[in-house]
Write a protein that binds this ligand. Sequence first.
Ligand code: NYM
Ligand code: MG
Length: 253
Amino acid sequence: MIHDSSFTSSKALKFGTIAFRQSLNLQSSFKLALRQIHMENNHKSDSRGALIVLEGLDRSGKTSQSSRLLSYLEGLSHSVESWRFPDRNTGVGQMISSYLANESQLDDHTIHLLFSANRWEKRSLMESKLRSGTTLIVDRYSFSGVAFSSAKGLDIEWCKAPEIGLLAPDLVLYLDIPPEKAAERGGYGGERYEQLEFQRKVAHSYQILRDASWKTVDAGLPLDDVEKQLREMVLDCVTTCQKGKVLSKLWST
Ligand code: NYM
Ligand code: MG
């Protein structure tokens, strides 16, 4: 009896161990399957639109090239939008617009922060567009903010500070043109900053800001030639972001 019972319990123990092992196996295959599903989902959500910024002096051709790039990408059936800063349609944008038109006067620091606030008010929309797969071609961004304000003599690090944490562009296309040549192009409008001497200082500030995400194009070339070069760079960037690239933040260490 005693022997029997010990036999039965050792059998039960063996059975229990097998059942336990099998359940462990099942658990780990289940976990593996879950991980695979998770990775697939992650892969899908990593695919996103590209944040492409055009920078350069006034009259360097950014606006014309933005609209050309928009039509080009639309023609390839990409989801794409063209944005610009300052965005003059918001309340902050209207204050900026009247300052630029010399209809109001503001302290240099104040207008700098308004330009920055104008980007911050669009930040979350920008992120959701990019994550949903829309590429944004943006005419001016934080680099304009820092280049123009620091050209007035404001400290460059102070100028960069309010931009920290905005989305970092995947590509900055710098339309390079000598300030004298830009000034010849149909002349400047009546807006603040549109003066040769000031634009020389802005060009200098842009040089300090240049980093690895920048590509420089000779904007003195005919529009078609500039466009051809830009198309290639843009398409390359859009493809990289479609495959999945981490969306990073500007100037955070
Ligand atoms: N500008 C633009 C700034 O001074 N700081 C900024 O942050 C931005 C986005 O506004 N001369 C200046 C550069 C231009 C002016 O822009 C208006 P646009 O692209 O010419 O309309
Ligand atoms: Mg302008």
